[in-house]
Design a protein around this ligand. Sequence first.
Ligand SMILES: NC(=O)c1ccc[n+]([C@@H]2O[C@H](COP(=O)([O-])OP(=O)(O)OC[C@H]3O[C@@H](n4cnc5c(N)ncnc54)[C@H](OP(=O)(O)O)[C@@H]3O)[C@@H](O)[C@H]2O)c1
Length: 213
Amino acid sequence: MNLTLLGATGRTGVPLVPDALARGHRLTCLVRDEGKAARLLPSDDRLRLVVGDATDASAVDAAIAGADAVLDASGPVRGGPKRLRAEVVSHVLPAMHRHGVRRLVFLTGAGVRLDGDVPGVADRAIRGLMSLVQRDILDDGQAAVAAITASDLDWTVVRVPRLVDAGGRGRVRTGGRVGDGSGTTLGRRDLARFLLDELEQGTWIRQAPVVSW
Ligand SMILES: NC(=O)c1ccc[n+]([C@@H]2O[C@H](COP(=O)([O-])OP(=O)(O)OC[C@H]3O[C@@H](n4cnc5c(N)ncnc54)[C@H](OP(=O)(O)O)[C@@H]3O)[C@@H](O)[C@H]2O)c1
């Protein structure tokens, strides 16, 4: 498929890109820094860079034109806008509608809550701590997810705990809601595999699974 990726130069994006190419997909990556992308991403005819900022509606539009699906694995960086994810989503959704793209996979933290969640003691404690030290990130993720879930697109919101760069275990735990017994960490290799499987298979369309080790 033709996949548009936001966050390709991030810690989740970098290991995902070669995996996506190995599965035969074509990638359009919206990147802010062409030199960084050249250093971190493979050189491949099937990988196209659109250089621009995801808070710029026209850059997002150019990256989404011609896509079959969009994966937003971007994330807040030091010095960036407080409400990055919500702002990016406010450009992604209209661009997808304009270009007739229906499939969106959006990566966010397990602290983002949806109706139907049944958080346990540990879930509530972790979220309580996050709301003390990462309130803006939590509110931003929540706002972005509210906009996505209100859309008529074929979205999947993938919620994850703390991400680690350790080698893959080859399997993950997946629950439909917070409180279904998720773990507290997830390796990025296994996350990449889950995200690509989900893009290909659409197992969790219009749902927000919690994925962990
Ligand atoms: N890290 C964790 O433990 C954890 C846990 C739960 C959820 N998450 C969520 O998972 C997602 C990915 O996390 P990560 O750790 O892989 O993120 P990361 O390493 O911080 O990467 C963030 C990516 O977003 C890009 N980005 C930031 N602002 C941008 C902008 N204005 N325009 C275009 N691109 C922009 C960055 O580009 P540059 O390379 O140009 O900076 C980078 O590629 C994030 O949304 C994060 O909140 C992470």
